[in-house]
Write a protein that binds this ligand. Structure first.
Ligand code: ADP
Ligand code: MG
Ligand code: ZN
Length: 474
């Protein structure tokens, strides 16, 4: 008999916020050593109260908009009770009764065509800590405790491992470009619910839930293994399938039973009375919608139309702050292709020289626009522009003041340039001879000598013009 695989996903995504969900400790990426980012609230000290991080709501709503969800205007938190050493309060704050987003839809492009996957809901919750096993001891690290997560739950609409991977990659690209999550290894974790049924059957089979997988490769292997186990069980009666929670072992490539599936009642959910319901009114929703980044494909198209190369587009769509900087300087009147060059060649080069990434770039759109316009207008030459840019990025100086203090503007009179050029011609007789003998490089040497005399400040276009005229007159 032929079988159909049925999969539903629960995907946990760590949000890129500066602080945790209910306290002011730094987010996950802020921690350098174990228990660096911990306070009485997130380590579960008695009497400490949670305070909602507004940014978490905004990022969750943005994710919901990207996945075409309905946004709840009234959303609440619940306590999910269970005991484990990495959970200091012995409950997790999550959303059961009024999740923030519901009824979404995402369309996938697969090798078989397009497929629609329904999103059941997105809810906000806090992460748990981590146990670290050292020899016989188990140590606990609370850095991750209360780091904000969204959990995206799909309907059981996937029919293959391929569809699951296309979906996860789509989420990853979307969330990275949208500034929702960096989705680095470990920041996106999946529970895979899977069952099989005879092809053509309407009824769902018994499902297993494979918990907490962080690598896409493991997810794919786990699905293939588990689907085959179910098919064998039905086809050859190798075992009786029960609804249960399993884990995937990377080394053996097999799944193992962990426990029978727990039900809602096992967790004694109840509303968290320490947190007020959140009301999302039209005004706030409007602001979140307005700030929502344009979807990837549309954005890429827009950059392509502006003449930006595919390689540059790839960097831009994966670095939200960088593309935002570009959009902002373009909004201030700079040409997109030219500005992209400034950001992805000049700024990136300066960052690299300092051992940093372009994603860590800190320059305001105002500063960058000022520099680009100084150069475009001919007030400052390209080389001086780069010098100013370097000082702004490395030392945080004001571009206009720096330019003035260092005499980098092109306020050199053409007559002065002509005088300097005469001097250069006298001092470089050999280069003149070379030029006459057809050595094109000699022209470059003369230009360079003149630039040096002028300390790189004059308008290069004017220098070139004077040089050409003099060479023609030889
Ligand atoms: P629970 O409350 O038991 O976790 P949910 O209704 O929240 O159940 O479903 C959890 C996930 O399991 C969802 O992603 C859903 O799509 C998926 N799912 C439910 N039934 C099946 C099934 N028979 N086969 C595969 N996945 C399923
Ligand atoms: Mg569930
Ligand atoms: Zn804290």
């Amino acid at each position: 008999m032929k079988y159909e695989i049925v999969i539903g996903l629960e995907t946990h995504v760590e949000l890129s916020t500066e602080s945790k969900i209910f306290c002011s400790c730094g987010g996950h990426s802020a921690a350098k050593e174990a228990n660096d980012c911990v306070c009485p609230a997130c380590s579960g000290m008695p009497g400490m109260l949670p305070v909602m991080n507004k940014r978490v709501v905004e990022l969750a709503v943005t994710a919901g908009l990207m996945l075409n969800c309905e946004i709840s205007r009234y959303t609440t938190f619940d306590k999910k009770n269970y005991y484990y050493p990495d959970l200091p309060c012995a409950y997790q704050i999550t959303q059961l009764n009024h999740p923030i987003c519901t009824n979404g839809l995402v369309t996938l492009k697969t090798s078989e065509g397009t497929r629609d996957i329904r999103i059941k809901q997105i809810h906000m919750e806090e992460d748990a800590g981590k146990l670290v096993h050292v020899g016989k001891a188990s140590l606990v690290d609370f850095n991750r405790t209360s780091v904000p997560l969204i959990e995206i739950v799909t309907q059981p609409d996937f029919r293959s491992a391929e569809e699951v991977l296309v979906y996860l990659n789509k989420l990853k690209t979307m969330f990275r470009s949208g500034g929702i999550s960096e989705c680095e290894e470990g920041a996106m974790r999946c529970d895979v619910n899977i069952s099989v049924r005879p092809e053509g059957s309407e009824e769902f089979g018994v499902r297993s839930e494979i918990k907490n997988m962080a690598s896409f490769e493991s997810i794919e292997r786990a699905i293939r293994y588990e689907a085959q186990r179910h098919i064998d069980a039905l086809e050859f009666e190798t075992e009786e399938l029960v609804q249960e929670t399993r884990r995937f072992d990377d080394v053996s490539g097999k799944t193992f039973a962990m426990r029978n599936k727990e039900t809602e009642a096992d967790y004694r959910y109840f509303p968290d009375a320490n947190l007020m319901p959140i009301i999302i009114d039209d005004e706030w929703l409007g602001q979140i919608k307005a700030a929502k980044p344009v979807e990837i494909d549309e954005k890429a198209e827009q950059y392509r139309d502006a003449g930006i190369s595919d390689k540059e587009i790839d960097i831009l769509i994966h670095n939200h702050n960088v593309s935002k900087l570009l959009d902002d300087v373009v909004a201030k009147g700079c040409d997109a292709k030219n500005a992209a060059g400034w950001i992805l060649t000049d700024c990136a080069g300066i960052m690299r020289k300092n051992g940093k990434l372009i994603s860590d770039l800190e320059i305001t759109p105002e500063e960058l626009t000022t520099i680009i316009k100084m150069v475009d207008s001919g007030d400052v030459n390209r080389m001086s522009g780069r010098k100013i840019l370097t000082a702004v990025i490395e030392e945080g100086v004001d571009p206009v003041a720096y330019c003035k203090e260092n005499g980098l503007d092109n306020k050199v009179d053409a007559s002065v340039i002509e005088g300097v050029m005469d001097k250069v011609f006298q001092e470089n007789a050999q280069a003149i001879t070379d030029y006459k003998n057809g050595k094109v490089k000699a022209k470059q040497a003369l230009f360079g000598a003149c630039m040096r005399e002028l300390k790189n400040t004059a308008d290069t276009a004017v220098i070139k013009e004077i040089l050409e005229k003099k060479l023609a007159d030889l």
